[in-house]
Design a protein around this ligand. Sequence first.
Ligand code: HAM
Length: 414
Amino acid sequence: MKKTYNNIRGTLDFNPAEAFSFQKVISAAEKIFQRFGYQEIILPLLEERELFIKGVGTGTDIVDRQMFKIEGKDIVLRPEGTAQVVRYYLQNSLQKRGDFHKFFYTGAMFRGERPQKGRLRQFHHLGAEAIGSDSFYVDAEMIDLSLKILEAVGVKEKELVLNSLGCKDDKDNFSRRLKADLTKHKNKLCDDCRNRLEKNPLRVLDCKKGCRSDYIKQAGGHFIDLCLKCKQDFKNLTALLGDLGIKPKTDFCLVRGLDYYTKTVFEITSSQLGAQDAIGAGGRYDNLIEDLGGPRVPAVGFALGIERILLVLGKALETKKIDVFVAVGEEELFEAGFKILTDLRKKTFSADCDYNQKSLKSQLRTAQRLGARFTVIVASDEYQRGCVALKDMDKSTQQEVKIEDLASQIIDLK
Ligand code: HAM
């Protein structure tokens, strides 16, 4: 028996309808990014492994378990975009070319996670990074921007969850205190969390196995321990979001699965998604640029998961439609039909025909399947008079049109 092949577990094939929805999400987002002054960058899928070890951090699931490594090389398929954008920023010394830069990117990310609904090994980010300002106005812009994109693509039901981890000192102090507190209750933690307690105590707050008990929630009530500046920035940010009509839910246990965050962290969730409920997430990373060998430059960003957006939007049914389908009544007229088709394409109409020259009935069915707005029928009687039949598929009306007038007639009827 011949062997056939399937896609790799945790990857998705997009059929034409799904690909159409995917591209609609990207083009709607691009318009909003542009409105907010973000410029597109396109970066490689491959990066040095160490970039993410240093950037995202050891003790995180992404670095410890999920990176796809190229055999025999210290190269990985990128698991996320932020460390990569910082690499790009530093490699090109952008700090010397203006003190504030705003970028957006779309593209595939790779994480070796256990696949389930909404959790893939290859997925796509719509991401934005603003590098060079510590103003809470930029945090608000990021949150507003991410919500505006979701609104534009049609995601109605969603919730913004917000927290502040505080600056590096606040985070370190909290981490130490959390470790001391949780060590006393070690027996209540799962095996993973006992491990996290040693390597990365804050990650215990993100435990998916229920270690986020009431006790931990209290321990996570970290806001009271923030320094004055971080506390005030967080209050200012929530007030500013209120002015923008955005009402976040504050969750002092929100820590995120990447180590570079400081101060503002946020997630946008949807109850339509089940266990993997984050459509997007982001936050401030004021130390990452320095940690990756650069100067001290503050930054903030987010990424939305395109596949999760598509899950919320539901089954994609619509495909890209064509303007005109050219059908021929008799086999001998195929050459004439092909000429008409080529001419329409030259005039920038999207047009197609049936190269297998089936019956007229079958060609009309194909026109319908392709969602043609018009069908041109080339039949010998009309063709001898220099004419074709132009069928308006929406109105189910038909008229005889001179071949030289075809394009202008289609424009008039459209
Ligand atoms: P993240 O939370 O790891 O953040 O990913 C952002 C979004 O990508 C998630 O909210 C989710 O929608 C989607 N996503 C993540 N993992 C998967 C997966 N395995 N399958 C499907 N979708 C997934 C980041 O990556 C940060 N770089 C975001 C950021 C940008 N922070 C600052 N700037």
